[in-house]
Write a protein that binds this ligand. Structure first.
Ligand code: MSP
Length: 512
């Protein structure tokens, strides 16, 4: 696999809600990919941030009775500090109110206008403020928004339009020729079906008198730009479009991660906009499913919002992160349930993984005074399992198969636990077979080291703790994946330290 620069983005989140499980999930996925490809030796840029213009945001500020700017500053601040507390490794946290973004959006608008792809006209249509978009007759269900189930607003006014329809044939062909443009396939099929009808043009402005909260059109100051036209461009602003070196470096290998709710703006509006401005399409759109909570849609009014910082306080963030990654099959929906989370923590993390670490380190302390003895001869099966993981992991990450990747790595956890039972180090100790005992322990310790490499993208802090226990330095990406995954890097004579359990069992977490 080539070590190309890798650019990964999350949607920029609306600042009308505080971070919840949904925002956390997409950002966890992006963070996991960013960490994996950095480990693999790629130059990675990881972007997340907030979407702060538009009707919806202005209404939310009004509801709170505060100035819009003060309101967006507050919520964007909450997103940013939450993401810092969760340890995400994003290279930038972008806000659509950032000065460089405003400039890039206006530059693009002017360019597309000068090219003749933006015209003035009038339009009437059904608008959903929740989605910030017009719906076509075909999409409307019983006069309501299919996503929010709310009444749509009929809006008719003079506005600017982007000639999206001019690029329909190009987009159809591009998707046909590059099936990996939108994945998984089920979501690509939705895009293809949308494209089987005439596209129409995209209304990209709002009169300033009705909506002052937006970026002014550079060619008509009575209008501001439509929130999606503004928002999507964030992906270019962050890497210095049009002339920055990062733009040239990263754009060709850009992947957007989103959930299915915003498929159409990303799969239809965005590539046609890019084509019009001459920027070239992004490499791939990867679409995940929807989290519900206890089989119910997340909603503030139902009080079922799962907040990442609450989860961190209660279970430790990495347990929650593990659960999200382990539980959802990419592209499909899942339901969060706290009992299920506790079950997973206890079975996978405390029992399988945590106990393995405690046992192996405990036996090394008990039988070898905590010193690693590098003795060969017992590595057979565990070495084979690790080699298989090291070959499969990049392929699974390239295919965005997070759950499958964890299951694959768990083969080493399960294999090591079985090896402890079969080789019975306590018997070898009793029988005075010190060489064989040292060989068995070395294989197990080396497996723990390999787990600290494989699992780093998924549970970085836990792996850092594990490495400390193993007497190792923090993982150094510069060493390179191929070196790090080689069997036998753990050195003779190193002192290990069992210390506290990585994942204490959760006994009565639910009786709060
Ligand atoms: N601001 C737009 C996106 C503009 S991107 C150029 C927006 N914001 S949002 O706050 O509504 O975020 C939507 C995204 O948040 C989803 O696409 C997904 O990444 C994440 N999620 C929010 N709720 C979610 C679930 N319940 N389940 C899974 N992910 C969801 O749309």
């Amino acid at each position: 696999m080539k070590k190309e620069p890798f650019y990964i983005t999350t949607p920029i989140y609306y600042v009308n809600a505080e971070p919840h499980i949904g925002h956390t999930y997409t950002t966890v996925l992006a963070d996991t990919l960013a960490r994996f490809w950095r480990l693999y030796g790629c130059d990675v840029y990881f972007l997340t941030g907030t979407d702060e213009h538009g009707d919806k945001i202005m209404q939310a500020a009004k509801k709170e009775g505060v100035e819009t700017q003060a309101y967006v500053d507050r919520i964007a601040g909450i997103f940013k500090s939450t993401f810092e507390e969760l340890g995400f490794s994003n290279n930038r946290f972008i806000r659509t109110t950032d000065a460089d973004h405003v400039k890039v959006v206006q530059g693009i608008l002017q360019k597309v206008y000068d090219k003749g792809d933006i015209y003035f006209g009038s339009y009437g249509g059904y608008y959903c403020v929740g989605c910030e978009r017009f719906y076509t007759e075909k999409e409307i269900v019983d006069g309501k928004c299919p996503d929010h189930q709310t009444e749509l607003q009929y809006i008719s006014e003079k506005n600017y339009f982007f000639k999206m329809s001019s690029y329909q044939d190009w987009l159809i062909k591009h998707i046909e020729q590059n099936p990996s443009f939108v994945e998984p396939e089920a979501h690509r099929n939705k895009v293809a079906s949308f494209l089987s009808e005439p596209l129409g043009d995209l209304c990209i402005s709002r009169p300033k008198e009705r909506l002052p909260w937006g970026i002014p059109l550079p060619f008509d100051s009575n209008y501001v730009t439509y929130v999606w036209f503004d928002a999507l461009i964030n992906y270019l602003t962050a890497i210095g479009y049009p002339n920055g070196p990062n733009f040239r470096k990263y754009w060709d290998n850009c992947y957007h991660l989103i959930a299915k709710d915003i498929l159409i703006p990303h799969a239809i509006y965005w590539p046609t906009m890019l084509k019009a401005m001459g920027a070239g399409p992004y490499k791939g759109l990867r679409v995940h499913g929807w989290w519900q909570v206890d089989e119910t849609k997340i909603s503030k009014s139902l009080g079922n919002v799962v907040r990442p910082l609450d989860m961190k306080a209660k279970y430790g963030f990495e347990s929650f992160r593990y659960f999200l990654l382990r539980e959802m099959s990419f592209g499909l929906d899942s339901s969060f349930n706290e009992e299920l989370l506790v079950e997973r923590i206890n079975s996978d993390l405390a029992n399988d993984f945590g106990n393995l670490v405690s046992r192996v380190l405990g036996m090394t302390e008990q039988y070898q005074d905590g010193i690693v003895h590098k003795v060969e001869g017992e590595e057979g099966r565990l070495q084979a399992i690790s080699q298989d993981i090291s070959e499969e992991l990049p392929k699974l990450m390239e295919a965005f198969r997070f759950r499958k990747a964890i299951l694959k790595i768990w083969e080493l956890v399960t294999g090591s636990n079985a090896f402890v039972e079969e080789s019975a180090p306590w018997v070898l100790n009793k029988e005075g077979k010190t060489d064989q005992l040292a060989g068995v322990l070395y294989s197990l310790l080396e497996s723990l080291r390999l787990l600290s490499v494989f699992l780093t993208p998924f549970m970085p802090e836990t792996c850092a703790k594990l490495r400390t226990k193993l007497g190792l330095q923090a993982l150094d990406n510069a060493v390179g994946y191929n070196e790090l995954v080689k069997w036998g890097r753990l050195k003779d004579g190193v002192k290990i330290e069992k210390g506290a359990a990585l994942f204490p069992r959760i006994e009565a977490a639910l009786e709060d």
